[in-house]
Design a protein around this ligand. Structure first.
Ligand code: KIV
Ligand code: NA
Length: 261
């Protein structure tokens, strides 16, 4: 059963929320099988899967493609669709963009920053909205931690309150000092989901490629639970050697079954 905003809100202060990103059908299928209740199809897809230097290169068409793939892999999981850069630039545009991601298979919509009018427009149209504050990569000039000065911290607190007041049901907090994330979590009525924001949030989100060790750069606050890049390189070397020696395709012992673990 797909969890709803109220189900996530009921977990605040009780049961930590585990969220992973996903961009493809097979990865989404395995994440659902593992019981993760919420998948974010983030615009990080542009950097970790498409080779762009910035999430600003991601389009609505890209997001529709990936949300569709994730929906087919995880039909019972709550899927958050990320609005790409500038597709939320005014309330009307945000609403039209959000509707496209919902039609592609998203259950709720995430957007970056205290865009109060845009969040309100979505909420008034009956769309569930996830906020995102702290480091907001679409407009950031670096990936360094934010909120270290009192002024910055106050701004993030004000933004978070505004996002909640505008009607968001959950808030992603990215790369801020742990004590600031703890204050936000305490002061807000909605669940906070941290990434690089310490242990005191109501949930945690990891970019799946970072968790898999797939890629050539992982942020210092991420954790590699596997080293998929090494596995891929090893598989390619093994295959190459076996083709050269004509060992492949002889003696194939296929792994049958569903790929379930
Ligand atoms: O796009 C994304 O994956 C995100 C997470 C890093 C929170 O916004
Ligand atoms: Na994002």
């Amino acid at each position: 059963m797909i969890l709803q905003p109220k189900d996530f809100q009921a977990r605040k202060g009780n049961q930590p929320i585990a969220m992973l990103t996903a961009y493809t059908c097979p990865v989404a299928r395995n994440i659902e099988e593992a019981g993760i209740p919420v998948i974010l199809v983030g615009d990080t897809v542009g950097m970790v899967e498409m080779g762009f230097d910035s999430t600003r290169d991601v389009t609505l068409e890209h997001m529709e493609y990936h949300i569709g793939a994730v929906r087919r892999g995880a039909p019972k999981t709550h899927i958050i669709g990320d609005l790409p850069y500038r597709t939320d630039r005014d309330p009307q545009t945000a609403l039209a963009s959000a509707r496209r991601l919902l039609a592609a298979g998203a259950d709720s919509i995430k957007l970056e920053g205290a865009k109060v009018a845009e969040i309100r427009a979505l909420v008034d149209a009956g769309i569930a909205v996830v906020g995102h504050t702290g480091l907001t990569p679409q407009t950031a000039t670096s990936f360094k931690q934010v909120g270290k000065t009192d002024t910055q911290a106050q701004q993030i607190l004000d933004d978070a309150r505004a996002i909640e007041a505008a009607g968001a049901f959950m808030l992603v907090i990215e790369h801020v000092p742990y004590r600031l994330a703890a204050r936000l979590t305490e002061q807000l009525g909605i669940p906070t989901i941290g990434i690089g924001a310490g242990p005191d949030c109501d949930g945690q989100v990891l970019v799946i490629n970072d968790a898999l060790g797939l890629g050539d750069y992982w942020p210092p606050f991420s954790k590699q639970y596997a080293h998929a890049s090494r596995t891929i390189a090893q598989v390619a070397r093994d295959f190459s050697r076996e083709v050269a020696s004509r060992e492949f395709p002889n003696n194939i012992i296929p792994l049958t079954g569903t790929g379930k673990t």
